[in-house]
Design a protein around this ligand. Structure first.
Ligand code: HEM
Length: 361
């Protein structure tokens, strides 16, 4: 597709697909031509354009700077150790259920300021937020819509109560920071603060789970990488970057054309949906040497696993840190990481997400 039809219209899905690195980058760096404002009920920074987008993003940037996030390293290590400990003695761990899923949920919960006792419900809500339908039927779709609506109501009620507590007694958490923040002299409304918390759950949990799982998957598919990284632990950070290129947790990013625009010889009409295939761009030989090879210390590595341009992933420093801590820890504590034999890998059913449902090692 990237070679022969780099920009093509899919009649069935009624959208444009963009596959080449250069074209994907062009779409993502031109919010004036390609809007993020999709048909969504709640508006968050992910689905807004400038100037509103910058206002929302500036508010929270300070909580997500590499420096602020680096301070979480000891706590992330502690949670990782605790999650791993019960499994070390029997030599087997269900990587996704036992480690890669709970770790980001606990970290986000603590960052936002959700009490530890509510963590189980919190995880459930966060799962439903990103859940897909069980099959293609209309019935399954309706069921999912209803489940998601109930879920949203529960989340709103839950966060509204926490917001009230934090208004009365501010703490050192993100909710308190957002409540105190102002845009042009105006404080955020309760709804805006809640929307932002919900965005973090939706954007940060399953993605980080899949980054961790995809990274470990490569280490077990290519065991020589385990030896390399044990010998060169300083390459773990770049191995995480290469995972984001080679097995990106998000493979496609949606936009809507604002005006009629030419792209690689095709005419995209105003109002058309445009899907940027990051997964394809990340393997484009015009940008990456040996694009289909996993190179732990690839330099430079301008992958688009976290997107590109103004919507570049806010949580990138956090996701990177969590993946690094987990890889370092597994390589230190486990002599040889290997997929439990005869496991059939089952892909997550989603057009945008790349990952598997279970990965026992
Ligand atoms: C945006 C991927 C982890 C919060 C994005 C975008 C991508 C992405 C591709 C751009 C979307 C677009 O352009 O429309 C990922 C991946 C992650 C990850 C692969 C894990 C490996 C996180 C985490 C958080 C987070 C941990 C928060 C704690 C966000 C937010 C945005 C975003 C708030 C919207 C930023 C904006 O619109 O300015 N992410 N993400 N993400 N991500 Fe992540």
């Amino acid at each position: 597709l990237r070679e022969n039809t780099p920009v093509r219209y899919d009649e069935h899905r009624e959208c444009w697909d963009v596959f080449r690195y250069e074209d994907v980058q062009y779409v993502l760096k031109n919010p004036k031509l390609f809007s993020s404002e999709r048909n969504r009920t709640s508006s968050s920074m992910l689905t807004t354009d400038p100037p509103k987008h910058k206002q929302l993003r500036d508010l929270v940037n300070q909580a997500f700077t590499p420096k602020a996030i680096e301070a979480l390293a000891p706590r992330i290590q502690q949670i990782t150790d605790e999650l791993l400990a019960p499994h070390l003695s029997n030599g087997k761990i269900n990587l996704i259920d036992d480690l890669a899923t709970p770790l980001p949920v606990i970290v986000i919960a603590e960052l936002i300021g959700v009490p530890a006792t509510d963590r189980r419900e919190f995880k459930h809500w966060s799962d439903v937020l990103v859940k897909g339908a069980r099959d293609d039927s209309e019935e399954a779709f309706q069921e999912l819509v209803q489940e998601k609506q109930r879920n949203m109501q529960e989340l709103y009620t839950y966060f509204a109560a926490i917001l009230e507590q934090r208004r009365a007694e501010p703490q050192e958490d993100l909710i308190s920071l957002l409540l105190a923040a102002e845009i042009e002299g105006q404080q955020l409304t309760t709804e805006e603060v809640i929307n932002f918390c919900i965005l973090l759950l939706a954007a940060g949990n399953e993605t980080t789970t899949n980054l961790i799982a995809n990274a470990v998957r490569i280490l077990s598919e290519q065991p020589e990488l385990q030896l390399e990284l044990r010998e060169h632990p300083d390459r773990v950070a770049s191995a995480v970057e290469e995972t984001l290129r080679y097995y990106p947790p998000i493979v496609a990013i949606g936009r809507v054309a604002r005006e009629t625009v030419e792209l690689n010889g095709q005419t995209i009409q105003a109002g058309d949906q445009v899907i940027s295939w990051v997964g394809a761009a990340n393997r484009d030989a015009a940008q990456f040497e040996h694009a289909d090879k996993f190179v732990t210390d690839r330099k430079p590595n301008r992958h688009m696993g976290f997107g590109f341009g103004i919507h570049f992933c806010l949580g990138a420093p956090l996701a990177r840190l969590e993946a690094r801590v987990v890889l370092h820890t597994l390589l230190q504590r486990i002599e040889h990481i290997q997929l439990v034999s005869e496991t059939e890998l089952e892909p997550i059913q989603s057009a945008f997400v790349f990952g598997v449902k279970e990965y026992p090692v």
